[in-house]
Design a protein around this ligand. Structure first.
Ligand code: HEM
Length: 475
């Protein structure tokens, strides 16, 4: 029994179970888990891959055996893009990751640092609302997806590089680089599934494209560093993540020596991990609210009650907004932006219940399936924020039935940053405008399918009609 492996679906020669992933792997893997159980072993190409699909098994991986499963597999594009994965997201478990992660939680994404971006958040949200109010002048529905993506892009660019990004069209440049990263990081790479065929990558792979994008990032980061050095001569340090890292690099009291390569990789992580996830959350939130008008009305009542005679909602008021928080949790439950989290890899042999998991097994935690497991959730496919009212269920990694940010040592360190941004943006979108589906569209006509890939934006862009309401004056 010591070597009994978890159950596996039948596989084909050579490709194993790869053909069963489909275009929406979280959905195909959920269907497979219903037949083969919450801990199943697939062979994706040549790579043994453990798929975890229940809260109980997720707890085993990310709490009981968290240390054993704290590493990441070496992935081709991450290596090409991120200087051999010397970032945080894709770094394998070890001294470098521990130090970089500590630096990130203490200096880049701590509660204090997130709070220090309060003004920047207010300003970026105000710019987005102005765009929306201009779009309201047209009789046509607005492309809200586009507006939300540029908001998320600008917010992250501003937090990471300060004023630098607004000059000379750099905002668009960052956008192109981020979109290319997303394409590359979520695409199919032969070598990730057939390590012995790495040599064929030259013919079929995206390696050259990844290296080209890495070079473009490199040039922009060189400019970021130069801009920082020029400002430092005048003693002008800004409140942005690039400045923090570049100052820490020169700090003699730092025990950990940060190379320029490391700084560039960590900054690229912040862009790649923060932009899409924030945008996807806001896009699904607005789609669900447009489809569920009674939830929208209840949320507007809460926010308008909080704003009262001030006429506007401020970040500091949002601690009272319990329904807003429940709405955001429900959006993250039904539409986690990273439905399969980020893959892990086992550092050692391990036993889970009666199963043997060999060292260096790749692990996929199907957060999407867990968030919708009927064993944990009543009517799991329905959008019901009320399920989060009057209880303590949270996404902070203790409630394994709800893990949009992962759990354990590798839990998302950007959680507070993301939630502050999403809360403020959503509160203001809903407080200042009345939203409707385009003329003639019924709630069941709104297409709620996901785009194919490893992150889950909507397949169709979200087109809505907005009308500034009485509270708009407060802007
Ligand atoms: C709604 C927004 C977000 C969601 C849903 C999300 C989700 C996740 C998930 C699922 C993981 C993998 C966790 C695991 O392996 O257990 C992760 C890792 C990570 N996220 Fe986020 N994220 C979000 C926003 C952000 C933001 C805004 C940042 C930074 C600005 C960020 C930075 C990171 C980093 C650096 C890691 C790697 C952690 C590690 O491997 O040690 N994320 N995120």
């Amino acid at each position: 029994t010591k070597t009994k492996l978890p159950p596996s679906p039948p596989r084909l020669p050579f490709i194993g179970n790869l053909h069963q992933l489909g275009s929406l792997p979280h959905r195909s893997l959920q269907a497979l888990a219903e037949k083969h159980g919450p801990l199943m072993l697939l062979r994706l190409g040549q790579v043994p891959t453990l798929v975890v699909s229940s809260a109980e098994m997720a707890r085993e991986i990310m709490r009981t055996h968290d240390h054993t499963f704290a590493s990441r597999p070496s992935l081709k594009t991450a290596n090409d893009l991120l200087g051999g994965s010397t970032d945080i997201v894709f770094a394998s478990y070890g001294d470098y990751w521990r130090q970089a992660r500590k630096l990130c939680t203490l200096h880049l994404l701590s509660a204090k640092k997130v709070h220090s971006f309060r003004l920047a958040r207010e300003e970026e949200v105000a710019l987005m609302l102005r765009k929306i109010s201009r779009a309201c002048l047209s009789p046509d529905p607005m492309d809200l997806s586009e507006i939300l993506f540029s908001f998320a892009n600008d917010m992250l660019c501003r937090a990471i590089t300060g004023n630098f990004f607004r000059e000379g069209g750099r905002s668009d440049l960052f956008r192109q680089l981020i979109e290319e990263n997303t394409y590359l990081l979520t695409g199919f790479h032969l070598e990730d599934f057939f390590p012995s065929l790495a040599w064929l990558e030259v013919l079929f792979g995206l390696g050259a494209r990844a290296k080209r994008n890495a070079e473009r990032w490199n040039q922009v980061f060189e400019e970021v560093i130069k801009d920082h050095d020029d400002r430092m001569k005048d003693g002008n340090v800004e409140n942005n993540l690039a400045d923090v890292l570049l100052c820490l690099q020169k700090d003699p009291s730092m025990e950990f020596s940060l190379t320029e390569e490391n700084i560039k990789a960590i900054l690229m992580d912040m862009f790649a991990a923060g932009t899409d996830t924030t945008y996807i959350t806001l896009e699904w939130a607005m789609a669900e609210l447009a489809q569920n008008s009674e939830v929208m009305a209840k949320l507007q009542d809460e926010l308008r009650g909080i704003a009262k005679e001030k006429g506007l909602v401020r970040e500091e008021d949002l601690s009272e907004a319990s329904y807003l928080k429940a709405v955001i949790k429900e959006v993250l439950r039904l539409h986690p932006p990273a439905p399969l989290l980020v893959p892990r890899e086992s550092l050692d042999d391990c036993h889970i219940q009666s199963y043997h998991i060999p060292k260096r097994t790749r692990v996929i935690v199907n957060g999407w399936a867990i968030n919708r497991d009927p064993k944990s959730w009543e009517a799991p496919k329905e959008f019901r924020p009320e399920r989060f009212m009057g209880n303590q269920i949270d996404f902070k990694g203790n409630d394994f039935q709800f893990i949009p940010f992962g759990a354990g040592r590798r839990i998302c360190p950007g959680m507070n940053f993301a939630i502050s941004t999403v809360e403020l943006a959503l509160a203001k979108l809903v407080h200042h405008f009345d939203w409707k589906l385009p003329h003639g569209m019924m709630r069941e006509d709104l297409d709620m399918t996901e785009a194919p890939g490893l992150t889950t934006p909507r397949k169709q862009r979200l087109q809505l009609v907005a009308k500034p309401c009485g509270y708009y004056e407060g802007l």
